[in-house]
Design a protein around this ligand. Structure first.
Ligand code: ACM
Length: 708
């Protein structure tokens, strides 16, 4: 941390305080710092803050008192529960009454509208603490801030000490979101509820729930039971899963699941109690494979659609057709969805709909003529506009990925900009609302650091990069920024097989995003955020959030895992999990899936007598179209294939080859026989595999140099 961070913080806090006096607007002026400005470990940073004198002792001798009805009662009870989670503070259940001395008071007062729709004030003095808000959400956020103040420092004895402070706070944006992909891997209801709790404790308020896609359909639709009886289950990729025969069916065991309508109501009600709105996503016209497998009549006639729910990642060609019966199906699905989700927005996807099936289908082309639509892009626009009309007729708003701009935007549509921020720029220019969730800036399936050993996209998206994301780019002129509803981080779950993986990828980056969404990081600074994050980590521990700790990899001189090796050549480098064993921890490999090749640069071989390589094999389950044909397949010498080693180059005849014979039938890691080496000095060792097919991909698990 840089030395000047303290003065920067004081400057920021003071600026906020001076600018905001009773105003819900963000601070604008930077006045001279006030020495009394406190440094509080609240995350996301509050808008205005001023130090008081002394501290308040909160223990069993203190009442928790609320006024303002049921929401105030619930929030005050939630506060007591949070306080007692780490250890028993002695706080008892809240009592109804007017704010008073000797108490923690929660005051819900609609007359205090100047605090804003989600704002609050919090005053802690030696004899009392009072949270005041005009809305239940604001009161809840005030309670969260008070809980954070009370857990900022390690505490002694029974009860806690809360520093005297005066805070007035309100969010910068109204859409403070995370997207959870429950299709690529399914999460339990309990996990989703916990995920919502964690969001709320960071003052995030929108869960975009990705419920349908090629690899699964996760929402029960009563009218169409096959969507979930067929569409919610798939055999995972790879030979280990294919060999895992379920004795009940005599077929490979399937994974997946879906949320019943009762469970969805439970999640939505839970979210409401935490002031989180759940936005469901039903994908169309692409990412439709699971629905088309369940009901083939929804697909484009005459094309070869998958017959089973696919286990591959990527972009599938499968589209919904454009028959009236299909629109009726989609409207029926949306009607049931709308009944389950009371929020304003319904997400219809719209992304990555390859147009080949429509283009090549005489039936679709005939329909286009009938509908007076000139090309496939206009057809996508027609499709989305029909859905928009239906959603509007139900009193809701359509939101979609930025491809919904193609061919003309539906009148009241909101655009979620993911291909950079161009979609947001175009939407705002056209007078439409927009949410910024650009790739790669807010795609939380990327690695968090270069030393990350977990599965994920290998281009790093660090905590600092998320923190420094600018949600008000110059390219959107000031007068159009009112259309920026907010920001959202996306947790695409292809490489998040377990719930722990989702948590690991989400946190702590979601904390940085929460501050982008609620506060104004440019006015606060990365150093100060880091300082507050340090005090926040124990809170996350107490909540059971298994976040990514800093990964410091210091490979030894003689050992490397694939993540320590360089990838040779260009290509699509991913960190991928093994498909075996089916239970327990699995190895993770860094691999260039389009040209697997690893390099140990500058290995000192002077004292080395042999090299031992451990290898694995993972399924090639990627839809990459014609690019798959360009993948090099170095010709194997035997039917098993070989590992090839070269020194100081990756081409030409190999210096050593090792047969993969004892690895081909092993789903997990296999140590290959040692290769004897006799070389002096430093060399680059290049590792490649021969093979006759792209699936599976042979991968390096580890390399060890042993002494002479
Ligand atoms: C997306 O990442 N396809 C929205």
């Amino acid at each position: 941390m840089k030395k000047h961070s303290v003065s920067v913080l004081i400057l920021v806090i003071t600026a906020a305080l001076v600018a905001a006096c009773g105003s819900p607007k963000p601070p604008v002026a930077a006045d001279p710092p006030k020495a009394s400005a406190p440094m509080v470990g609240v995350i996301p940073a509050p808008r205005d803050i001023a130090a008081g004198k002394g501290a308040m002792r909160v223990d069993g001798g203190i009442d928790v008192v609320y006024s303002g009805g049921e929401p105030a009662k619930q929030t005050s009870q939630y506060f007591v529960d949070l306080m007692n989670r780490l250890r028993d503070t002695g706080l008892a259940s809240p009592k109804e009454g007017t704010a008073r001395s000797g108490a923690v008071n929660f005051v819900l007062d609609t007359a205090k509208a100047d605090l804003g729709a989600e704002g609050y004030s919090l005053v802690v003095a030696a004899d009392r603490a009072t949270v005041t808000a005009a809305s239940p959400a604001g009161l809840f956020y005030g309670a969260v801030t008070l809980w954070q103040l009370a857990t900022e420092k390690p505490q002694q004895g029974i009860g806690v000490s809360v520093p005297a402070v005066s805070i007035t706070d309100a969010p910068r944006f109204r859409w403070r979101g995370l997207m959870l992909d429950s299709v690529r891997h399914f999460q339990s209801v309990e996990y989703v509820k916990q995920f919502i709790d964690w969001m709320a404790l960071h003052k995030m308020n929108t869960l975009h729930w990705h419920l349908t896609d090629d690899q699964g359909w996760r929402i029960q639709i009563k009218k169409y039971p096959r969507l979930t009886s067929v569409g919610a289950w798939r055999v995972p990729a790879g030979p280990a899963a294919r060999a895992d025969i379920d004795p009940k069916t005599g077929k490979p065991r399937v994974i997946g699941g879906f949320y019943t309508q009762d469970q969805i109501r439970e999640v939505v009600a839970h979210a409401a109690s935490r002031h989180v709105t759940v936005v469901p996503e039903i994908e169309m016209p692409g990412h439709a494979t699971a629905a088309v497998v369940a009901y083939p009549e929804l697909g484009v006639a005459g094309v070869k659609s998958p017959k089973a729910i696919p286990e591959e990642w990527g972009i599938f060609p499968t589209l919904f057709n454009v028959e009236e019966s299909t629109f009726t199906f989609l409207e029926n699905v949306l009607a049931e969805t709308i009944d389950l989700f009371p929020g304003q927005y319904i997400h219809v996807g719209g992304d990555e709909a390859l147009k080949d099936e429509w283009h090549n289908s005489p039936r679709v082309q005939a329909r286009m003529k009938e509908l007076g639509v000139k090309d496939e892009h206009e057809l996508q626009s027609y499709f989305i506009q029909r859905m928009e009309k239906f959603i509007s007729s139900k009193g809701r708003k359509l939101i979609g990925w930025d491809e919904i701009l193609e061919g003309g935007l539906a009148p009241n549509a909101t655009v979620m900009s993911w291909r950079g921020i161009d979609g947001a720029i175009a939407a705002a220019q056209a007078g439409h609302d927009t949410v910024l969730s650009p790739a790669p800036d807010l795609y939380l399936d990327h690695w968090q650091s270069a030393g990350d050993l977990s599965p994920g996209r290998s281009d790093t998206l660090s905590l600092e990069m998320v923190y420094k994301f600018n949600p008000t780019p110059d390219k959107i002129p000031e007068e159009q920024r009112k259309h920026i509803l907010g920001v959202q981080g996306n947790l695409w779950a292809e490489m998040m097989r377990t719930e722990d993986r989702v948590t690991y990828m989400a946190y702590p980056r979601a904390v940085a995003l929460a501050e982008v969404a609620w506060s104004a990081p440019a006015r606060i600074g990365w150093d100060d955020f880091q300082r507050r994050l340090e005090t926040h980590l124990p809170r996350m521990d107490s909540l059971g959030i298994r976040y990514a700790r800093e990964v410091a990899i210091k490979p030894g001189d003689r050992r490397r895992v694939s993540h320590d090796l360089e990838q040779c050549g260009g290509g699509y480098v991913l960190s991928l999990e093994d498909d075996a064993p089916l239970d327990g921890e699995r190895a993770v490999f860094l691999v260039n899936i389009t040209d697997p090749c690893w390099l140990w640069k500058g290995a000192d071989l002077s004292q080395v007598g042999s090299v031992k390589v451990t290898v694995g094999q993972i399924p090639f389950n990627f839809q990459i179209g014609k690019d798959a044909e360009k993948i090099p397949l170095p010709k194997p010498a035997t039917k098993f294939g070989e590992l090839e080693l070269r020194l100081d180059q990756c081409d030409g005849p190999p210096l050593y080859t090792v047969s993969l014979e004892n690895a081909v039938n092993n789903h997990g890691l296999t140590p290959l026989p040692a290769v004897l080496l006799q070389h002096e000095g430093k060399h680059d060792i290049c590792f490649k595999f021969t093979r006759s097919r792209i699936d599976p991909i042979w991968v390096i698990g580890g390399v060890e140099l042993t002494a002479r």
